[in-house]
Write a new protein. Structure first.
Length: 321
């Protein structure tokens, strides 16, 4: 409800906010198109869904932005045969990142490392540095040929394929790219079976490392190396789902964090990100762009780029009805 004692005169403009929980995304979108709700969940729409809304309700206002969120491959490094660096590297080499973006986002996505890619990302590696990393070369055929050699070295081939469950959270942003991932892994003798896990069970399962291969979405509220590195890659971190641990890299995390010269810090971040990708710590498939749509009578809505949930200020929103 509206705070009548708010410190700024005349604010907030709204009498109240009603947050409607609609579990099914298709139902939620239909409710928005019908005008029953004023705003979609912030950064909750893929490019195809945004286009569908615009086609059904042309007056709708939509904003598409990078979400500082990556879709990535998580591998249980302690579970054979994925304790083999060769097999983990082969999987990283098998990835066709552009295909993920083209199919799922109609070309509206970004290829990068752990940090959000430029120009929106301040700390992302430059393109020439990225292209030199394993699996980032645009020659997918060459990459996969190298991957098959590594798999053959590990004892696998056309007559001896590796069967594995690919575990994902049972929601479309997880399931949809997992289907493409499974198709790509077939090119290097890995036969994946989709294992959809209900949300309530997903994180406990990952924390227990009760999986072989998984597909995950990793988001950060700010484009900041400390938030990304310590949370997702530091030894012993709860969200370091793969169990990756490199004490030398941990020391570099501290070094970049203490560096006062921002240009020197940026170069340190690039080197750290480069090492993480070379180690296959958590192979990044692509970086997502998501949309937020609102009804035309909603005025003054501020959508802040790279903020997942706190980038819009309700004191700057009012309804003109």
């Amino acid at each position: 409800m509206r705070n009548t004692q708010y410190w700024k005169a005349g604010r907030p403009y709204l009498d109240g906010i009603e947050w409607t929980i609609i579990p099914n995304r298709s139902t939620a979108i239909l409710a928005f198109i019908a005008g029953k709700v004023d705003l979609t969940f912030p950064f909750g729409l893929t490019v195809p869904l945004m286009k569908n809304i615009k086609a059904e309700a042309p007056s709708t206002v939509c904003n598409l932005d990078p979400a500082n969120q990556s879709t990535n491959l998580i591998v249980n490094r302690d579970s054979p045969p994925f304790d083999s660096p060769d097999i983990r590297r082969a999987m990283a080499l098998a990835l066709d990142r552009k295909t993920f973006i083209d199919i799922l986002a109609e070309g509206q996505g970004d290829i990068g490392g752990a940090m959000q890619p430029p120009p929106q990302g301040v700390w992302g590696m430059p393109a020439e540095m990225l292209r030199a990393l394993p699996g980032y070369d645009s020659d997918v055929g060459k990459n996969r040929a190298e991957a098959r050699k590594l798999m053959e070295k590990a004892g696998y081939g056309a007559d001896k394929r590796l069967a594995v469950k690919v575990s994902v959270r049972n929601t479309p942003p997880f399931r949809d790219p997992a289907v493409i991932l499974i198709d790509q892994l077939r090119e290097i003798y890995i036969d994946g079976e989709l294992e959809a896990v209900e949300t309530a069970n997903w994180f406990p399962k990952v924390y227990r490392k009760d999986y072989k291969i998984g597909l995950n979405l990793t988001g950060a509220g700010v484009d900041e190396p400390d938030a990304q590195f310590y949370e997702n890659y530091a030894c012993g971190s709860d969200r370091n789902y793969t169990g990756y641990c490199n004490r030398e890299i941990d020391q570099l995390f501290d070094q970049q964090s203490m560096e006062r010269d921002q240009d020197q810090r940026r170069h340190l971040v690039w080197e750290i990100d480069k090492k993480l990708q070379e180690d296959g710590a958590r192979p990044i498939l692509y970086h997502n762009r998501f949309a937020t749509c609102w009804q035309p009578q909603l005025k003054g809505l501020t959508i802040m780029v790279n903020s997942l949930f706190n980038g819009w200020r309700m004191e700057d929103v009012w309804l003109d009805k």
